[in-house]
Design a protein around this ligand. Structure first.
Ligand SMILES: Cc1cc2nc3c(=O)[nH]c(=O)nc-3n(C[C@H](O)[C@H](O)[C@H](O)COP(=O)(O)OP(=O)(O)OC[C@H]3O[C@@H](n4cnc5c(N)ncnc54)[C@H](O)[C@@H]3O)c2cc1C
Length: 417
């Protein structure tokens, strides 16, 4: 049995670990915290997973929450205008529902599942100096320890693939429950000052809603550094809705924070790293998930990409047969993953810049033409469609001028009534 070590028990590492265990590999996962501490800990993410990522979990039989998790069936988009009404708005169904299950729930349940399958879970926080010792024990050591800075030096920034050097959004997330007048899905509000998202979540406290604000640095949504607790966060969120997204002013009036721990503030620098690290001994290690590619959460891609990485790396490992997991193997495994991660990263990074004319025109066309809205909403699920469409102004204008229905990939789903 080939021996694989994985540093990090998160969305990426555990899905890979469980998949490999099911194929008979001898897998060890190094976890920073035991399952009960993860479950009782602070909020990690908003983790909206779209159909392809959910499909991977279903293939592995680790979709334990399908009966309880509220399905995300629609995307409702609106952009701020001059007055209190949005300048444009549309609402469209997703072909296959998305879902957000609190990562604290997932990680703790998956740790138990991994052990049930005979995997070895070692409770140990690995510092970089210990990696050589770990690498000697395994034929392949994967580092799936989330975003920096601990392993940043091992996996340097890939300048060509990383357009940003600073965080592009100030992020504030809160879990609320109560009565919310919201669509059964993802609500997405845009303004020049930043974005807000609302989505139903199955949290550690049961069904709730996650509301996230993504503020352009220095602007009116860049307020989270001085927010101390959930009550202040809740009042700040209501104020931002009134002032920045006035058509949603009353959204949180009948909602309440779920618990004092259920908030998250931060800033994330989007970055792509060189995925193969060289240890002092000369041994090589392979980065995965956020350790390899970190996106700002504005486009909801990171956990989806973690699932993609788990599939790509597993396939690469299995296809390798008995041959060594050398540097060439590691680059090839990452290339399989990058095939999916490249368009997702491009789409996500472009969302952080002020939208160019052709993107605004496409969003506006979504109001009149459901198929345009449908295609845009499905970019979150399948960002591959971004390339050759919205990343290319000429192609985007051609698409609008040609009549959306005649363009391949435009989709056929009707607007949700
Ligand atoms: C506010 C916010 C909202 C988000 N919303 C979405 C969304 O809607 N959709 C989406 O797809 N993505 C979203 N993301 C991104 C998503 O959460 C991450 O991309 C995803 O969790 C990455 O998975 P990972 O396994 O690579 O890293 P992580 O989930 O960070 O897991 C890494 C694991 O490694 C462990 N670890 C760290 N260091 C060590 C060490 N030295 N030794 C041992 N273990 C270690 C950590 O404890 C953790 O368990 C969001 C992120 C944030 C912050």
């Amino acid at each position: 049995m080939r021996r694989i070590g994985i540093v990090g028990a998160g969305q990426a590492g555990l899905v890979l670990a469980i998949g490999l265990r099911q194929k008979g590999y001898d897998v060890t996962v190094f976890a920073e915290r035991p399952a009960d501490e993860v479950q009782a800990g602070r909020l990690i993410s908003n983790q909206c997973l779209f159909a392809p990522a959910l499909q991977r979990e279903r293939e592995l039989g680790i979709n334990f929450w399908d009966d309880e998790a509220p399905p995300i069936r629609e995307v409702a988009f609106a952009a701020a205008g001059e007055g209190s009404e949005p300048s444009m708005a549309w609402r469209v169904g997703l072909d296959r529902p998305a879902q957000s299950v609190d990562q604290r729930v997932k990680v703790s349940d998956w740790m138990a599942e991994f052990e049930r399958l005979g995997g070895e879970l070692r409770l140990r926080r690995i510092v970089p100096a210990e990696l050589d010792e770990c690498a000697r024990e395994f034929e392949l050591l994967v580092v799936a320890a989330g975003r920096g800075p601990q392993f940043d030096a091992l996996f340097p920034r890939d300048d060509e693939r990383s357009p940003y050097r600073e965080p592009q959004r100030a992020i504030g997330i809160l879990y609320v429950d109560g009565k919310l007048d919201a669509v059964p899905g993802l609500t997405f509000g845009m303004s020049p000052t930043g974005e807000f998202f609302l989505l139903p979540v199955l949290s550690v406290h049961g069904p709730a809603h996650g509301i996230g604000f993504f503020g352009v640095p220095g602007g009116p949504l860049d307020v989270w550094d001085s927010v101390a607790d959930v009550e202040q966060h809740y009042e700040t969120a209501r104020r931002l809705l009134r002032t920045q997204y006035p058509w949603q002013a009353a959204l949180l009036d009948d909602a309440r924070p779920v618990a004092p721990t259920e908030l998250l503030h931060g800033r994330i620098t989007p970055i792509v790293r060189h995925p193969v690290g060289t240890l002092p001994s000369g041994a090589k290690v392979l980065a995965m998930g956020d350790t390899a590619v970190t996106n700002d959460p504005v486009g909801g891609q990171g956990a989806n990409l973690a699932a993609r990485a788990a599939r790509a790396y597993q396939e690469a490992i299995v296809d390798r047969g008995d041959r060594p997991f050398d540097e060439e193997f590691m680059h090839a495994a990452f290339a399989r993953y990058w095939h999916h991660a490249r368009p997702a990263t491009r789409f996500n990074n472009d969302l952080l810049a002020p939208p160019p004319e052709h993107v605004l025109a496409t969003l506006a066309a979504g109001q009149r033409e459901p198929r345009v809205a449908h295609r845009f909403a499905h970019l979150f699920e399948d960002p591959a469609d971004y390339e050759g469409w919205l990343d290319d102004p000429e192609a985007a204008w051609r698409y609008l001028q040609s009549g959306a229905q005649s363009v391949p990939g435009a989709g056929t789903a009707p607007t949700v009534k």
